[in-house]
Write a protein that binds this ligand. Structure first.
Ligand SMILES: Nc1ncnc2c1ncn2[C@@H]1O[C@H](COP(=O)(O)OP(=O)(O)OP(=O)(O)O)[C@@H](O)[C@H]1O
Ligand SMILES: [Mg+2]
Length: 211
């Protein structure tokens, strides 16, 4: 159960959208996740992140429990079953370790695969809507922006919009307020970042990664 709420914590949730090869995983690894000491959980079906990955629920929960009790940082990932029930289980496990005295990053790649339509599953919703004061920083990504709940895009404090085809670019112009033509003009590894301080174009450098 999430504990120690700190109401002054800011909303730091992020949403990253770009078509395949747009640079979402690179952006996440290079720019959005702090290095040492971070408490981070990864829904990492494609093994794109530097973390200790589990494919068995008991082992994942045991590792998380012991990492949480240690008081130190951890990077624990799930790369087992990839279905909506397992995703909900993962979000529930993340909710259980939230502690407002620390930040906990929860990285969830390719949300369109969960077939959510426009409805946020209950524990993902909790992380998104109530997680902030318990230190949650929820980072979701998708290639297919029209197949994830719009709330994932609109309720994130930081939106990173990468390369998209025309229909998706027009959808994002309406949802985020960045011109479709400016979105279509992006190159891989470049993004429009719309955050609390306004909108700017950012570029991340490709870095080789071996999972
Ligand atoms: N050897 C390389 N040298 C330079 N740039 C590279 C190299 N390999 C890949 N890239 C760049 O990195 C991009 C892929 O980045 P990344 O894996 O973060 O994309 P992604 O948006 O996460 O894709 P997906 O949705 O398929 O996971 C490529 O499109 C390319 O621009
Ligand atoms: Mg990726």
């Amino acid at each position: 159960m999430a504990k120690n709420p700190q109401t002054e914590r800011p909303n730091k949730h992020c949403w990253i959208g770009a078509k395949t090869g747009g640079g979402k995983s690179q952006l996440l690894r290079n720019e959005l996740l702090p290095g040492r000491g971070v408490r981070a959980l990864f829904w990492d079906i494609d093994t794109d992140h530097n973390c200790t990955r589990y494919t068995e629920k008991g082992a994942f929960l045991a590792a998380l429990k012991s990492a949480d009790a240690s008081g130190k940082g951890y990077r624990i990932g799930w790369s087992g079953d990839d279905d909506p029930a397992t995703f909900e289980w993962f979000c529930r496990a993340a909710w259980a370790v939230l502690n407002g005295n620390h930040e906990t990053f929860i990285v969830c790649e390719e949300m369109a695969d969960q077939g959510m339509g426009q409805r946020l599953p209950p524990y993902l919703r909790k992380l998104m809507v109530r997680g902030r004061k318990y230190g949650a920083v929820l980072i979701t990504t998708t290639q297919r922006c029209q197949e994830v709940p719009k709330a994932l895009i609109t309720q994130a404090a930081n939106r990173y919009v990468g390369l998209h085809e025309d229909q998706d670019a027009r959808y994002l112009e309406r949802a985020v307020g960045i011109k479709a033509a400016d979105i279509e003009a992006l190159e891989p590894l470049t993004f429009w970042h719309k955050g609390p301080e306004g909108t700017q174009k950012i570029r991340t450098k490709y870095r080789k990664f071996r999972p």
